[in-house]
Write a protein that binds this ligand. Structure first.
Ligand SMILES: N[C@@H](CCC(=O)N[C@@H](CS)C(=O)NCC(=O)O)C(=O)O
Length: 240
């Protein structure tokens, strides 16, 4: 489903390891929309990214018919509307009139994103084990809060907004690969089955979903990617 070179009407500019990029891929796959994936290089940003997102210069960018859409949460809403009739009905993906979803999405990005070490300037300075361990602990605490949110939002169903993967599932689920990578690096649990059993069960369901399985990055590859990125950034920072 990922590539359709003959009709690249929908393109995703990004990197396989980015949780923000993964969100866009999952949303398109949920909608059954074929897309071309344009992989970013490790450090050097490709011209298309710089031209399409000149303000933030960040991935992902969705190109639809050549028009760029930036910022993953905005892209999720765009995909939901632009491809409303494209695939099987996905009524629960985005519910803009349901404030809890947007609130918890923003909470997730504020409290959980540090697990992915997305900040390239900090990565270039190196990631000490102490900082990583502290980040893992903070994220584990935020997941406790998110488990309560899950109970409130899902009302006993399988996903945040009902019986299928939706907006908030995609937002939080995009970090799961990085939870596992952080667990490998620190030896500390992030998503702890004892502390957050309901969320752990939700993760298993999310990862088993057909729109998710293939694009969920492997933890071992993420660990290697993080190391390679840190080394490349440190090298480029030390160049005159
Ligand atoms: N708020 C943005 C965050 C995007 C983001 O931070 N992307 C990272 C990759 S994970 C990036 O492009 N970093 C490049 C940089 O910081 O220069 C979104 O949700 O799309």
């Amino acid at each position: 489903m990922a590539s359709d070179a003959a009709a690249p009407d929908v393109r995703v500019v990004g990197g396989w390891a980015s949780p923000f990029v993964m969100r866009v891929c999952v949303a398109l796959r949920l909608k059954g929309v074929a897309y071309e994936f344009l992989q970013e290089e490790l450090v050097k940003k490709i011209d298309l990214l710089l031209a399409s997102n000149p303000v933030h210069k960040k991935m992902p960018v969705l190109l639809h018919g050549g028009r760029p859409v930036c910022e993953s949460l905005v892209i999720l809403q765009y995909v939901d509307k632009a491809f409303a009739g494209a695939g099987p009905p996905t009524p629960t993906m985005v519910r803009p009139r349901r404030p809890p979803y947007r609130f918890w999405a923003e909470y997730t990005d504020a409290k959980v994103r540090q697990i992915a070490g997305h900040d390239r300037r900090r990565q270039g300075r190196g990631g000490g084990a102490g900082r990583r361990g502290a980040a893992a602990e903070q994220v584990a605490a935020a997941l406790g809060q998110l488990q309560e949110a899950f109970a409130g939002c899902s009302e006993g169903r399988h996903f945040f907004a009902g019986d299928d993967v939706g907006f908030l599932d995609i937002v939080l689920g995009s970090y799961v690969g990085w939870f596992r990578a952080a667990e490998k690096i620190t030896g500390q649990p992030v998503l702890d089955e004892t502390r957050t059993p309901r969320l752990a069960a939700w993760v298993a369901r999310f990862c088993a979903h057909e729109a998710v399985g293939d694009v969920m990055p492997d933890a071992g590859r993420l660990v290697e990617f993080g190391e390679a990125l840190r080394a490349a950034l440190a090298a480029s920072a030390s160049r005159p």
